[in-house]
Ligand binder design. Structure first.
Ligand code: KIV
Length: 311
């Protein structure tokens, strides 16, 4: 059994010695630690912030259907939409490993469809890996994608694309039979070549069992602390979805409140005529002068191009 708390000397890598996070580096974290910190992001602005903060993995999750598009579940999200957000996020990522979620029915139809969709995500979405939900039933699909050189992150337990089959977003694996099925799913994914596995919405004891059963890192969400890493939806841990308080989410900030009060202050100043002040306004120029820069610099595409990485 793994120790409950692993103490690592240096949990936060200083910016100067940060390296691009790769699949082999993530695999090695299973034994060497520290635990893997993953978050979702859907645009360049959030990607730049969470990358600077030191996350290991940025996932463009199909959760974007719910938190960006306002849908009741993830089912309508398309590969094109995931790729669109993937490209936006990729422009803001320097160090984190970038994973794209394969949408519902983009991989289930056949092994050929799964390979074609995963390939499209790597080409059009700028992803470094794809994630798909399910275990034993999709092991052949995972094996075929991995054979093409595309890293696959698995996802077991509460699989949101099966929301209707599960009768809602419900904790899975509470009974021994379903717990054993989820362990078998995780083993099948590992055996098919998945390099990591998201474990969602299961009892903490089961997550520990899965983590002990596979040699690749497990990344938990609503699965207790015993996984090799954790993942959260960015708007959840930042407190931006104020009307939902899922038990498994810790709010590390209350940015929803901050956005509302900052916007109220803006509305008040616009109405009162106190914004923009002279410091936010431009003056007239002489006849030969060219336009004054506005201070709006273009965002550099910081992402490195293809080529061998050191180490
Ligand atoms: O879609 C998503 O964001 C996810 C994570 C929450 C694991 O699958």
């Amino acid at each position: 059994m793994r120790p409950i708390v692993t103490v690592h000397k240096e949990l936060r890598v200083p910016p100067s010695s940060r390296k691009k996070i790769t699949v082999p580096a993530l695999r090695a974290r299973k034994s060497s630690g520290p635990r893997i910190a993953a978050v979702t992001a859907y645009d360049i602005t959030m990607a730049r912030l969470v990358d600077e903060a030191g996350v290991d993995i940025i996932l463009v999750g199909d959760s974007l259907g719910m938190v960006v598009q306002g849908l009741p579940n993830t089912l309508p999200v398309t590969t094109e939409e995931i790729c669109y957000h993937g490209r936006a996020v990729a422009r803001g990522v320097q160090f984190a490993h970038l994973v794209g979620d394969m949408p519902f029915m983009s991989y289930q139809v056949s092994v050929e469809q799964a390979v074609a969709s995963a390939g499209r995500m790597m080409k059009d979405g700028a992803f470094e890996a794809v994630k798909l939900e399910g275990g034993v039933d999709w092991a052949e699909h995972v094996r075929a994608i991995v054979r093409c050189g595309i890293p696959v992150m698995g996802h077991v337990g509460l699989t949101p694309q099966s929301v209707h089959a599960m009768g809602g977003f419900r904790v899975q694996g509470k009974g021994e039979d379903s717990a054993a099925r989820i362990v078998a799913d995780a083993r099948a994914l590992e055996e098919a070549g998945a390099y990591s596995i998201v474990v969602e919405g299961v009892p903490a004891d089961l997550a520990r069992r899965i983590t002990d059963a596979v040699s690749v890192p497990t990344i938990g969400i609503g699965a207790g602390v015993e996984c090799d890493g954790q993942v959260l939806v960015c708007y959840d841990y930042l407190g931006m979805v104020r009307d939902l308080r899922p038990k498994f989410v810790k709010r590390f900030a209350e940015l929803g409140d901050a956005v509302v009060s900052a916007t109220r202050a803006y509305v008040d100043e616009v109405r009162a005529g106190t914004f923009p002040g002279p410091e936010h306004s431009f003056g007239m120029a002489g006849p030969k002068a060219v336009g004054e820069p506005t201070g709006t610099a273009p965002i550099d595409p910081v992402r490195s191009s293809y080529g061998p990485a050191d180490g």
